[in-house]
Design a protein around this ligand. Sequence first.
Ligand SMILES: *[C@@H]1O[C@H](CO)[C@@H](O)[C@H](O)[C@H]1NC(C)=O
Ligand SMILES: *[C@@H]1O[C@H](CO)[C@@H](O)[C@H](O)[C@H]1NC(C)=O
Ligand SMILES: *[C@@H]1O[C@H](CO)[C@@H](O)[C@H](O)[C@H]1NC(C)=O
Length: 499
Amino acid sequence: MFAAYVLCLLIQPIWGCHEMCFPSSFKFGASTSSYQIEGSWNVSDKAPSIWDHFIHTQPHKIEDYSNGDVACDSYNQYLKDIEMADHLGLDYYRFSISWPRLLPEGFCTKISKDGKQYYDNLINGLLKKGVQPLVTLYHWDLPQKLQDLGGWANPEMSEWFADYADVVFSLYGDRVKLWITINEPVLICDFTYNSGPHAPGIDEPELGPYLCTKTVLMAHAKAYHIYNKKYKPLYKGKVSIANNVVYFGAKTDDDKEITDLCNQYSYGRYLHPVFSKRGGWPPSLVMFMNKISAEGGHPRSRLPSLSKREIELIRGTYDFFGLNYYTSRLVRKARANETSEKSPRKLLESRAIFEHYPNSTEGYPEPFSSYPEGLRNTINWVRKNYGEQNIIITENGYSSFEDDLNDYKRIAYIEKHLEQILLSIHEDGAKIFGYCYWSLMDNFEWTSGYTPKFGLYKVDFTDKNRKRTPRISSQYYSHVIKSRSIDSKKFISKSEDTL
Ligand SMILES: *[C@@H]1O[C@H](CO)[C@@H](O)[C@H](O)[C@H]1NC(C)=O
Ligand SMILES: *[C@@H]1O[C@H](CO)[C@@H](O)[C@H](O)[C@H]1NC(C)=O
Ligand SMILES: *[C@@H]1O[C@H](CO)[C@@H](O)[C@H](O)[C@H]1NC(C)=O
């Protein structure tokens, strides 16, 4: 702590340090996920995931008709990934494990020798460089075999996920101390079933999203309890879930009620059962779902009920709060003559209109408009609703369709978001212990293919070895990590020289 403080003093004027410096305990990381980087979709005994199946059967669903068959080739190039993490000076490297690579049968009946070895090599290589692995168990690449049995709409999935989690904890728990069970349930359930843009591409908005929500929460909770009972006493690690939250702010006081319902529908549905003191679904969501279910002629709510036992099983299953933040929207009530058919959540959206914040800067793809203040607002919304949390930003990142190595806009994006984190810590008293930039390198961005670039490192996808090249933002980020301050002047003045 003292050393970092002195370092700050050397770099910053004294009066700026308190506000501008990260606490010495604050950790910096960068994130990726298995399908987006690994490639080698069909090597050894690996079974197809829902993304392999979806892309090979419906290639037109991807903007540039690309796929993750090779991606960044990290299955073969992982030593370069470790080297990049080391060069940046990362505390954490967040990656995910491919379920069908580790368990080719989907069930824990068979562990792949090669799959197991790959993650052993990656974890050991990181630790050798002093980089802590932050491991996600599920970042969307479900074994296709389990999808054939209903996927997340089948309640049994929670058992199969718990079995998988048990295997992963038993294999790597001695070395991995930070775990995310499931990444962005809202994308897994809502973005899939509401209109089907993501694998498995099932468009079933009536019950799909809600069956999925319950199963995902039960799966997370069962995995959490397995770790808590069997592995925590041995390894003393921590487990949570990572949720994506788009900050919704009311445009006027008159729009507060609809804004709150949008928040509870979109995010409270996933957060309240786990993080609130009482557990269970958010009460306003239950009322809303009862009402629209009855109006639609359903004999019971489309939102599955949670029994007392289930509420207790899910409640409190976290050791920290994983937050993915990219963007925000202003919400206002729709006027009588206005309907919004843009998004699948038609019921809510016919009553609410979502606008980009006037101060936000353009994003690419378009939904990713940048509004850094929204990060601080989200953190305060979380604290207000669920009490003080130990928060880590598990994802936040800038994407562009420019391949440029001189990515000054990315530097500005990172600086502005980190500034909001500093304000949250120093002005609001929030407990935030880390930040993971998305992404370490350019990778396969789902339905947008390889067009958007998120990376601190550029990846040449035409090169057989997927050559990685550092962007200026990687120098800036490693400067932030070393100096524990966000000042980008040195880098921006460079930009003025070259522009
Ligand atoms: C693996 O998939 C690639 C296409 O991505 C194909 O060219 C290759 O033949 C496949 N290998 C095996 C062993 O099936
Ligand atoms: C809807 O009504 C408002 C006034 O209430 C008007 O300004 C707007 O142009 C109308 N929009 C459409 C699409 O008719
Ligand atoms: C927009 O930016 C202006 C000027 O920087 C600031 O005064 C205002 O509070 C911002 N509004 C929002 C909603 O962030």
